[in-house]
Design a protein around this ligand. Structure first.
Ligand code: SF4
Length: 236
């Protein structure tokens, strides 16, 4: 407080969200079941902009992933982060609460990535239940079981989905897995959540897909009902 009027306003707004004046206590209780939910995470990369969603964001990185993408840069990124073993929901909040004012001022929040964050659906849903005032995004391949997707629908504010390619043969060659679950999960997600929360990313993958393949993916996604699509360039 006391820096500028905009910061004062953001601080007051944030304080109202986290503090219950009527009961004179914080709106979260670190002794409850959600706060004790734990997950193994590789690390947290704070104060990022431009790649993981709106505003200033902290990226929480999980390590496991069912895919084996040829140009995966995440595995080397994971190795550069300070390793965190098991962490509870309340411990993660403790690490990130100093960033709340930045989230508030910029419309940012937390992005769960990896690895495959949907393998940790219990942890993410527990986090959002406990701290509903924090914007939560996931960066996912959606190549997971549909229970995880359904479980997270009420708790995820933005879904960033790395589609790879909609052609099953290209997808299999690039990732080592079929994309059947991706397509079925995406169809389910489009019916269960606000379409504006779903951002599908379609990469140009050197040596794997062509411009025609990318255009095919874009058109298949539109047929499913996806309204927000980003094309990406992968660097070989
Ligand atoms: S889905 Fe992402 S984390 Fe998993 S192998 Fe592919 S690029 Fe790497």
């Amino acid at each position: 407080m006391g820096t500028c009027r905009r910061c004062d306003w953001d601080s007051e707004n944030l304080w109202e969200k986290v503090y219950d004046k009527n009961h004179n206590k914080f709106r979260y209780d670190k002794d409850n079941e959600n706060c004790n939910t734990e997950a193994e995470i590789c690390g947290v990369n704070r104060l990022r902009m431009g790649t993981d969603g709106e505003g200033v964001r902290s990226l929480v990185v999980f390590d496991k992933c069912p895919l084996n993408c040829k140009y995966c840069i995440n595995k080397s990124f994971v190795n550069q982060l300070p390793t965190i073993k098991k962490i509870s929901v309340s411990e993660l909040f403790g690490m990130l609460k100093k960033d709340l004012v930045y989230f508030e001022a910029t419309g940012g929040g937390i992005t769960f990535g990896g690895g495959e964050p949907l393998l940790y659906a219990d942890f993410i849903s527990a986090f959002k239940k406990e701290y509903p005032f924090i914007d939560v995004a996931v960066q996912t391949s959606l190549n997971t079981d549909f229970y995880a997707v359904g479980k997270l629908v009420p708790y995820v504010d933005e879904w960033y989905i790395d589609i790879k390619d909609m052609n099953a043969g290209i997808y299999r060659a690039y990732t080592g897995r079929d994309n059947y679950s991706v397509i079925e999960n995406l169809k389910m997600l489009v019916t269960l959540t606000d379409k504006n929360k779903i951002i599908c990313r379609v990469p140009h993958i050197p040596s794997y897909n062509t411009l025609d393949d990318v255009n095919f993916s874009l058109s298949e996604l539109k047929k499913i009902g996806v309204v927000k699509i980003e094309e990406l360039e992968y660097i070989e």
